[in-house]
Ligand binder design. Structure first.
Ligand code: KIV
Ligand code: ZN
Length: 399
């Protein structure tokens, strides 16, 4: 794979917001857009201008306030959509109109009720119209992965000829597998005239839990833009999660020798901001940003991480902006983790006291799912009072 750059196209405010329970107010969108700018996304899709006055106003506000990323506004392949998208971007420093038009037979027949020929004409006309407003136009043949490959090449070719600068081939229903998706990019790039003049892009949904794997497959197939959302929010099972793609590119640079503009240490703060805005956090076991992503409970793991974090961590929490790894004390935890947490709490125990504390701790851990700091403080205090087992005093901050 050639050493080059992958652009991050964030669609949290558009595809992400389309998921149940994820709607955002005007001000929340602008606040999120600032975090996305700080994270370093290259393109920020701020909404679907014609879908509502609220979306239009949010794109306008984001266009006024956010200067570094290119602001994208979504449109169907229709004149009224494109005009509305262009108007929403009037104040943007860098703008993009993103046109989508279904290309699979199932969508053409049952949703749009138009022929393939009509779709080709609509693609050409809409891209050409958008180019009269902006010089950066993205075209997405919706449901690309269920589109006949010859027709996909045809519609992509028509869009490039009409002036599209980015070709996004979405896995709209999360149907593809990584090898298949990579092959689709290779085929289209090989067959379509002018493919070397445009940037190819992935857009993956997570219906089979493959959105991130497919995005990486697309990069292997030559895509140099990935569309994704914070925390993977999006339609149905969600979109590819930006934090997972970014971390994979960083940790597995040996396999993906590509540059990008994201500041990885902003991943967790941005994820936290979104969680605050939409009032739900990513699941605890969510990679990179879930509350358990750097938590270790099993004694063997805790001992390893305390000796050298690389034993069980493939990246440091700090590298993705997570404050520190979390040793979760529970029934699988060992003496090392208990001693370490007691030291953090200011208790330095002699070996025999540690044995006693550990016995008391395992009894407690059998009864409770997790043992928190306050439980440990109570435990030490109890044994100090009743059994005189703990000889150490808590050390003060200064000592
Ligand atoms: O999933 C999809 O196909 C989309 C398009 C609008 C790009 O979100
Ligand atoms: Zn989508």
């Amino acid at each position: 794979m050639a050493q080059d750059r992958v652009l991050f196209f964030d669609t949290t405010l558009r595809d992400g917001e389309q998921s149940p329970g994820c709607s955002m107010t005007h001000d929340e969108k602008v606040w999120m857009a600032h975090a996305l700018e700080d994270l370093g996304v290259d393109i920020l899709e701020a909404g679907f201008a014609i879908s509502s006055d609220g979306d239009f106003a949010a794109i306008q506000a984001v266009s006024k306030e956010i200067r570094k990323p290119r602001i994208a506004s979504l449109a169907r392949a229709r004149r009224e959509d494109i005009e509305r998208a262009a108007a929403s971007l009037e104040h943007a420093e860098h703008s993009r109109i993103h046109i989508f038009l279904a290309s699979s037979d199932i969508h053409l027949e049952y949703k749009l009720k138009i022929s393939r020929e009509a779709a080709l004409e609509q693609a050409a006309q809409s891209v050409a119209l958008a180019r009269t407003y902006v010089d950066d136009v993205e075209f997405s043949p919706e449901d690309s992965t269920r589109t006949d490959i010859d027709f996909l090449c045809k519609i992509v070719s028509v869009a490039i000829e009409a002036g599209a600068t980015t070709i996004n081939m979405p896995d709209t229903v999360g149907y593809a597998t990584p090898n298949e998706y990579a092959a689709m990019f290779r085929t289209v790039r090989e067959r379509v005239p002018g493919a070397d003049k445009v940037i190819f892009s992935s857009h993956c949904h997570n219906d089979l839990g493959l959105a991130v794997a497919n995005s990486l497959g697309a990069i292997e197939g030559g895509a140099r833009q990935v569309e994704c959302t914070i925390n993977g929010i999006g339609e149905r099972a969600g979109n590819a999660a930006i934090e997972e793609i970014a971390a994979a590119l960083s940790v597995r640079r040996d396999k993906y020798p590509v540059e990008h503009n994201l500041k990885l240490d902003q991943l967790y703060p941005t994820s936290q901001r979104l969680a605050q805005v939409i009032s739900f956090a990513p699941s605890p076991n969510k990679a990179i940003v879930g509350s358990n992503a750097f938590a270790h409970e099993a004694g063997i793991h805790q001992h390893g991480v305390l000796s050298n974090p690389l034993t069980y961590e493939i990246m440091t929490p700090a590298s993705v902006g997570v404050p520190a790894n979390r040793m979760v004390l529970g029934k699988h935890s060992g003496r090392h983790a208990l001693r370490s947490r007691l030291v953090d709490l200011g208790y330095h125990l002699e070996a025999s006291d540690l044995d006693a504390a550990y016995r008391a701790f395992t009894e407690l851990a059998d009864k409770k799912k997790s043992v928190y700091d306050q439980d440990l403080i109570n435990l030490v205090a109890h044994h100090k009072r009743h059994h005189d087992l703990i000889s150490a005093e808590p050390v003060s901050e200064a000592s």
